[in-house]
Design a protein around this ligand. Structure first.
Ligand code: ADP
Ligand code: LRH
Length: 480
């Protein structure tokens, strides 16, 4: 028939899901087949991903999805599994919030200065970039034994199909890719003693990535052949591909565990100012660059909610809406909030240290987090426009944060721009659309975006004025 179905496996840092997208010439429908928690595990050697649990969730999801025309996988960035000479996984993949990269950047910069690293890779400094993780692991027994490194979506693709590759959008988060050539940064790798032959050959979004192995068909009850298609396997690349923009003058914020805020460009910005502002140039679909800043995101709230024993989120947000705005703000871009644990206390301490009123109740702390996120969104949207010399008339919010109406409204207020929010499952939609495109069903990025604006429910938030209050809050943070 003219309508095809695609399974999108989308693994976020807080949950994994298998969604089914049904795509026709003028229709796009997404349903959830299966959702499962993604819970990091702390073992004596550090914080690890339960990758076998995730793979089991993927298999359950494919079974629940039923017959599909293809499967695509995306996940969070930077992390990887190592395989030995037999192709067997060596240990549990290390979580990007693990402390092993503390102090590693300084060692890397002693060999390749931060300025040169940015000029060559365009990647922001984040302690967890794969380049720093590999440097931290340099003396480990595991790395010595490793013959292959597969990024998380590539590892799951390998388990499903038996075929190995390194998908480009996610490879761009390793800090080992040159965003101008969209190929490996050989010089950087060589100087740092990173063996690029550990990586499987690059794959482009849309490339075929094999078919489900017979054992997978048996376990999921699916009838073969079921092709697996490489998508924008970095979840943020897939999410940006599903931003329902209808022009070019837009900014986007992908909200979930992280907030990733910036612009879509056709060339990287590799200036020294851009580096100083910690903007990243990750690779997107169709030769685009995702020029954005990482903001701690709803992680701050997730960690508080965990500390408070999982109270009802809806009720908490209603209470937070009644707390006076902008009493205290923290720097939501600060890597000091990266590690898990003691989040309510850490936020209170940051307010105290910067001489602001100390939020005490869950509602006050939640309000402080949402005001701080909106403020960081404002700063990122502004900085991106200035640094890239481009302007935006509207801000699109996609991802789990679209369910938080207060955050969307505060972001509109802070940016002084209209916010259009939706879709919530943007990464899964972007994943589905790349598969549909590989099968000739939909057109280019502009065409898929038109399909999204026609088919997806979107909500518009108008700015309510008072941007000078946000300016003042920003100034308070800068002084603190
Ligand atoms: P990730 O893909 O990084 O795991 P998601 O995009 O799934 O994250 O977003 C998860 C976040 O969405 C949660 O941390 C939570 O703050 C927010 N969220 C989820 N459901 C709701 C809800 N019903 N109301 C408000 N916020 C919600
Ligand atoms: C969001 C995300 C983000 C990365 C982070 C590690 O899920 O992929 O783009 O910076 O995880």
């Amino acid at each position: 028939s003219a309508v095809k179905s695609y399974a999108a496996v989308d693994l976020g840092a807080s949950s994994g899901r298998v969604m089914v997208g049904r795509v026709g010439p003028d229709s796009l429908e997404l349903t959830e087949a299966h959702r499962f928690p993604n819970r990091p595990v702390r073992v004596p050697e550090g914080l690890r991903w339960d990758v076998l649990g995730l793979y089991a969730g993927v298999l359950d999801g494919l079974k629940a999805a039923g017959a599909v025309d293809s499967v695509g996988i995306d996940s969070w960035a930077v992390d990887y599994g190592l395989l030995d000479a037999d192709g067997a996984l060596l240990g549990n993949p290390v979580h990007y919030r693990d402390g092993r990269t503390d102090g590693i950047a300084e060692k890397v910069w002693a060999t390749v200065p931060a300025e040169e690293l940015y000029a060559a890779t365009g990647l922001q400094y984040a302690p967890f970039n794969t380049l720093y993780q590999l440097t931290a692991a340099r003396e480990s027994a595991q790395l010595a034994q490793a013959r292959r490194l597969l990024l998380i979506p590539d590892l799951l693709t390998y388990w499903l199909t038996g075929e190995q590759g390194t998908e480009l959008t996610n490879a761009s988060t390793t800090q080992l890719i040159d965003p101008r050539t969209r190929d490996w940064a050989h010089g950087v790798a060589e100087r740092l003693g990173i063996d690029l032959s550990l990586f499987a050959p690059l794959r482009q979004p849309g490339d075929a990535a094999g078919v489900l192995r017979p054992e997978v068909l048996e376990e999921t009850g699916l009838a073969g052949p079921v092709p697996v298609t490489a998508v924008g396997s970095h979840d943020t690349a897939s999410a940006v591909a599903a931003v329902p923009a209808d022009g070019e003058r837009f900014a986007y914020i992908c909200t979930g565990t992280w907030s990733l805020a910036g612009l879509e460009l056709d060339a990287p910005v590799l200036t020294e100012e851009s580096r100083a502002a910690n903007f990243t140039n990750e690779l997107g679909l169709d030769g685009t660059v995702r020029y954005l800043r990482n903001i701690m995101g709803l992680w701050l709230l997730q960690e508080c909610v965990r500390a408070w024993g999982q109270p009802d989120l809806g009720a908490l947000l209603l209470d937070a809406a009644k707390v006076p705005a902008l009493r205290s703000v923290v720097d939501a871009g600060d890597a000091a909030f990266l590690a898990p644990g003691r989040m309510p206390e850490r936020i209170a301490e940051a307010c105290r240290d910067s001489g602001q009123p100390v939020p005490a109740t869950p509602a006050e702390i939640t309000r402080c987090i949402l005001d701080s996120l909106a403020l960081a969104h404002r700063k990122a949207v502004e900085d991106a426009q200035r640094l890239a010399g481009r302007s935006a008339d509207v801000v699109y919010i996609v991802g789990g944060g679209t369910r938080n109406a207060l955050l969307c409204q505060l972001t509109a207020d802070a940016c002084g721009l209209p916010v259009v929010s939706g879709p919530t499952e943007a990464a899964a939609l972007g994943n589905v659309l790349v598969q549909a495109r590989a099968h000739g069903l939909v057109g280019d990025l502009a065409g898929t975006r038109r399909l999204l604006t026609r088919t997806q429910p979107l909500t518009r938030y108008e700015p309510r004025g008072g941007t000078q209050r946000w300016q003042a809050a920003q100034a308070r943070l800068a002084r603190g």
